[in-house]
Every structure is written in structure tokens, then in C-alpha cells.
Ligand binder design. Structure first.
Ligand SMILES: C[S@@+](CC[C@H](N)C(=O)[O-])C[C@H]1O[C@@H](n2cnc3c(N)ncnc32)[C@H](O)[C@@H]1O
Length: 328
């Protein structure tokens, strides 16, 4: 069988086999059911990562189904290429940001698609890679770029952004209750010693905070906020959802799996707005917007992992899956 076509364009960091095996996809059966995967369908995986969801979609759509897999991380794409090799030409992989998923689907001859899946955030493989600096336990550089071609690292952010901007990022993207205290302390400390390693910032934040959140490391929210800021995650998601409206065929489905409330809220609000015929402000007596529903929400409430899956894969605990269907 021929290899899936792949176009990663820059360096691939070396993951050990042990780490590579560590990403277990979440809510796979639920995602397949919501996508309505069928033989001959054309699917787009905007976050192909370790290739787990993609392989399940290709298995379920055999023999004629095809899948375009995107990832902005060339290292993730290299792993997906290996995982999906057995599907030959049925899998096409390309490096890219899902913010442009409609353009990328068009360029690769996949438009319109029958289904889109976005499994947001990071894979366990990326989190475990010390050199990427995503984890507050990582001894590697404070980097956090999902795409190594991005200009600004997390170290650039903490060492150069104004205090008020750091505070806003920690409050908005991390929902960190002590955002002001942490931002102030970072700015005072960096004058003498700029932050370099991820675990150094993790310990510093833990030392500055006065309250211990239950069940999570004290630095969790600050790290989430920095990762969202460095990778512009929320704006990318909004653009991907808008692009999905252009590239899904009528009756096609979109499935989004989020791991934090900010991402889930964006998906929920987008689905709610796009499933309404009128989006005028409520005080207007008659409709002036002319908006027509383009989606039917399939999951009124997000689907969650069953306890057996959470026991097997603790990452599934915070996963929330929403699905919608494109209307004609
Ligand atoms: C949770 S993992 C996906 C795992 C995958 N579903 C699997 O089964 O192995 C998320 C992946 O999305 C990628 N990613 C995050 N934001 C992206 C974006 N804006 N465009 C493309 N890929 C993105 C990350 O690099 C990561 O590999």
C-alpha cells in the first residue's frame, strides 16, 4: 500500500516510541456515531494528532471513505503519517492551521466534506515532550508553540508583555482568580531574572498564589492561559467553525471535542446562533438581519465520557463533545 501523502515542511522533533504510544483518543465511538461515518464519505480531521480518530473514521468508512488530516505541528503530522500508512491513498495529510480548513479542503480536492472533527488542545505526546514546555513539570524551555514557525514563545510573552496584558490573559484565558497577583509578581521577578524553563515558571506561580485550587496544580490555569495566547487558540476555533459552514455539504456533520469551558462555550454559542433563523437583538420588534439557520444542533448537551473510559484514560474526564448538522 502506498503511504499517505504528507507535506510537513519543517523539523520533526524526536519522540520516543514509549511517549508516542501515550495518546489515546477520547470519545471515539461517540464521535463516529455523531459524524454518521459511512462507506465512501469524505472526512476532514482538523486535529489529526496521533491519528486515533482519523484511523477510526477510515476503518468505519472502508472501503471507499477518504480523510484529509490537518495538524499545525509537523511532529504530530509525522506520527499521524505512520499511524495512517495502512490506509494508503485514502488518507491525505497536510500541515496547516484548521482556521483555514475550508481553503485546505478545497486545495486538496476534498470540498464539500461529509464530516469534520476537531479534537481541540494538545495530545499527550506533545504534553509529555519536555522540549515543548507545555507542562509546568517540564524542564525544557518555556516554549508552548504548537506550530514551531510561530514567532512568539511563552517565554517571550511572560518576559515582555505589559503587566495589564498578562493579567488579562490569565483572567480571560485561564479564568485564574489570582490573575493580578501572579501578573504583578512575574513582572517584578523578570526584571532581575527572565523566565527560561517551564518548570521554573510552574514553581514560581505555585509559590506566589495564596489559594490552593482543589484537584489541580496551582499553575494549571496560568499555563492554560499562556498556551491559548501563544497559539491564538480561540480565534482559530472561531475561524474553523465559520469555515466549516462553507465546506460541509448539506446533511454533513461537525463534531467538536473541547477540554476547557472557553472552547466549549465558543462551540455552544456558534451552534446556537447558526441554528436560529433570526439573530436580531431581542428588543427589535421585527427581524432585520435576514439570517437563516444553517445548522441543526444534534447534541443539546455536550456528550461526556462514560466512567469506564475515564478510568482508562483520565484525559477524557474533561472532554465535552458537541455535534451539529449542516442544513441545506
Ligand atoms: C488532542 S490532539 C488530537 C488527537 C487526535 N484526535 C488523535 O486521535 O490522535 C490535538 C491536535 O490538534 C493540533 N492542533 C491544535 N490547534 C490546531 C490548529 N489551529 N490547526 C491545526 N492543528 C491544531 C495539535 O497540534 C494536536 O496535534
Amino acid at each position: 500500500m502506498s503511504k499517505p501523502r504528507s507535506s510537513p515542511t519543517s523539523g520533526i522533533s524526536g519522540f520516543s516510541d514509549e511517549i508516542e504510544k501515550a495518546h489515546e483518543p477520547v470519545l471515539v465511538a461517540e464521535a463516529l456515531a455523531q459524524l454518521g461515518v459511512h462507506d465512501g464519505g469524505r472526512y476532514l480531521d482538523g486535529t489529526v494528532g496521533g491519528g486515533g480518530h482519523a484511523a477510526a473514521i477510515l476503518d468505519a468508512s472502508a472501503p471507499g471513505g477518504r480523510l484529509l488530516g490537518l495538524d499545525r505541528d509537523p511532529a504530530a503530522l509525522a506520527i499521524a503519517a505512520r499511524e495512517l500508512e495502512r490506509f494508503g491513498d485514502r488518507a491525505v495529510l497536510t500541515r496547516g492551521n484548521f482556521a483555514a480548513l475550508d481553503d485546505l479542503a478545497g486545495e486538496h480536492g476534498f470540498a464539500p466534506v461529509d464530516g469534520i472533527i476537531l479534537d481541540l488542545g494538545l495530545s499527550s505526546i506533545q504534553l509529555a515532550d519536555e522540549e515543548r514546555g507545555f507542562s509546568f513539570r517540564s524542564r525544557g524551555p518555556l516554549d508552548m508553540r504548537a506550530d514551531p514557525d510561530l514567532r512568539e514563545t511563552a517565554a517571550d510573552v511572560v518576559n515582555s508583555w505589559a503587566e495589564k496584558d498578562l493579567r488579562a490573559v490569565f483572567a480571560e484565558y485561564g479564568e485564574e482568580p489570582e490573575a493580578a497577583r501572579v501578573a504583578g509578581a512575574i513582572v517584578r521577578r523578570r526584571v532581575k531574572t527572565p523566565f527560561e524553563a517551564a518548570d521554573e515558571l510552574g514553581r514560581f506561580v505555585a509559590g506566589v498564589k495564596t489559594r490552593r485550587p482543589r484537584g489541580i496544580d496551582p499553575a494549571t490555569r496560568v499555563f492554560q492561559a499562556l498556551r491559548i495566547a501563544v497559539n491564538d487558540e480561540l480565534a482559530n476555533l472561531e475561524q474553523a467553525l465559520a469555515g466549516a459552514m462553507r465546506v460541509l455539504r448539506p446533511g454533513g456533520r461537525i463534531v467538536v471535542i473541547s477540554f476547557h469551558s472557553l472552547g466549549d462555550r465558543i462551540v455552544k454559542q456558534f451552534f446556537a446562533r447558526e441554528s436560529r433563523d433570526c439573530i436580531c437583538p431581542p428588543h427589535l420588534p421585527t427581524c432585520v438581519c435576514g439570517h437563516r439557520a444553517g445548522l441543526r444542533v444534534v447534541t443539546r448537551r455536550p456528550l461526556r465520557a462514560a466512567s469506564a473510559e475515564v478510568d482508562r484514560n483520565p484525559r477524557a474526564r474533561s472532554a465535552a463533545l458537541r455535534a451539529a448538522e449542516r442544513l441545506p
